[in-house]
Design a protein around this ligand. Structure first.
Ligand code: SF4
Length: 367
């Protein structure tokens, strides 16, 4: 399996109220310094082969055209990227224009992930987003005009007090855009978010019901679920996502980026000043690492694989990592199968739709 490459662009125009990602709101003026640090970091990886590329954030679409050109060059100069590989660029609707979209294509991108989130203007304001529904539709049209034939849209659901009608309307309007792929995000109140600071609460039962509604609605439009939160039309499954959930290895560049190479995981400083100063001082921003045991790698791959509709083949995983799943874990798996949370089809284990709602609990019992 080819390794993937993730490049983190941490700048955002402001901070959305639900966001817990390490981003640098308003720091776009550091673009040049940041790109120089990325060039230095990428320089250590010279001509490593990689498959899918993902430029995420943050808001990569805030980069200037010159910045995008420089980013494309640093990837092409330092990695041997398969010409056919999926190359995704993340964008927010308010920073999409035709010149920028063409620059992303020229830098190698062939897929855009657009942060639409909702098609309801009052919800967008409540979430702290910087665009409107009309702006999202316009951005989508511009991406098509620029030649992108593979577009993902993100959708957030499970807001407190969100009625079934409101949710159904929102999903239908987003589906009407006609994207090839949809990624779902159930609203979570994460500790580093502004919603958390405001003590906002969500109801897990309402959210479970909302998830089923969204899933059914998207599938009735012809897209197929291939992972807990991801749906696509045939042939448009994200290669980058699949590499992650099939426990493939990956390079990560930039602030807070994680890498997993030859069984070793390591990660970078998760603040902009920390990343920039470490890169300037030593050419490395690594702040931590760990080496997983074979049993640890196997269990991680197993739990990731449960997120996929294809499930995981236990025998193949055991061969890949050269170790068996322990008997006590097999016994726990058996109890999940009896409880209807997992199925076992000749050693291929899959989560049922009930099981998908409690994957965190299943993981906690197995690790
Ligand atoms: S949700 Fe996205 S756009 Fe909003 S602050 Fe977080 S990273 Fe930036």
């Amino acid at each position: 399996m080819a390794r993937s490459l993730y490049v983190h662009i941490p700048f955002c125009a402001g901070k959305c109220l639900y966001c817990s990602f390490p981003v640098s709101a308003g720091f776009i003026r550091k673009e040049e310094e940041y790109l120089a640090a990325l060039e230095r970091e990428a320089g250590h990886r010279t001509l490593q082969e990689c498959g899918p590329v993902y430029v995420g954030g943050g808001t990569p679409s805030l980069l200037s055209r010159q910045g995008v050109e420089r980013l494309g060059r640093l990837i092409a100069d330092n990695f041997s990227v398969d010409k056919q590989a999926e190359f995704t660029f993340e964008a927010n609707p308010e920073s999409v224009d035709i010149a920028r979209a063409l620059a992303w294509r020229a830098a190698g991108a062939n897929r855009v992930s657009l942060g639409v989130q909702s098609f309801d203007d009052s919800r967008l304001r409540w979430l702290g987003r910087g665009h409107t529904a009309a702006g999202a539709a316009e951005a989508f049209g511009i991406l098509r005009q620029a030649g992108f034939k593979n577009i993902n849209v993100d959708l957030i659901f499970g807001f407190p007090g969100q009625s079934v009608d409101e949710l159904a309307r929102d999903v239908d309007r987003i589906l009407a855009l006609g994207s090839e792929h949809v990624s779902l995000y159930m609203l979570e109140i994460e500790p580093r978010s502004l919603f958390y600071a405001r003590a906002l609460k969500v109801d897990p039962d309402d959210q479970a019901e909302a998830y089923e509604l969204v899933r059914a609605r998207i599938e009735s439009a012809g897209a197929r679920q291939y992972e807990v939160s991801n749906f696509s039309f045939p042939g448009f499954e994200s290669r980058y996502n699949l590499n992650t959930w099939r426990a493939g290895e990956y390079w990560g560049l930039g602030m807070s980026a994680h890498s997993h190479i030859d069984g070793r995981r390591f990660w970078n400083a998760d603040t902009l000043p920390g990343y920039l100063s470490m890169m300037a001082a030593s050419g490395s921003a690594e702040t931590g690492s760990e080496q997983l045991s074979s049993q640890g790698k196997l269990m991680e791959a197993f739990l990731f694989g449960l997120r996929l509709n294809e499930g995981v083949d236990i025998l193949l995983l055991e061969q890949r990592f050269g170790v068996r799943i322990s008997d006590d874990r097999r016994a726990i798996l058996g109890s999940f199968v009896r409880d209807g949370l997992l199925t076992d089809e000749d050693g291929r284990i899959k989560a049922t739709s009930r099981g998908r709602m409690v994957l965190d609990e299943i993981s906690a019992r197995l690790v």
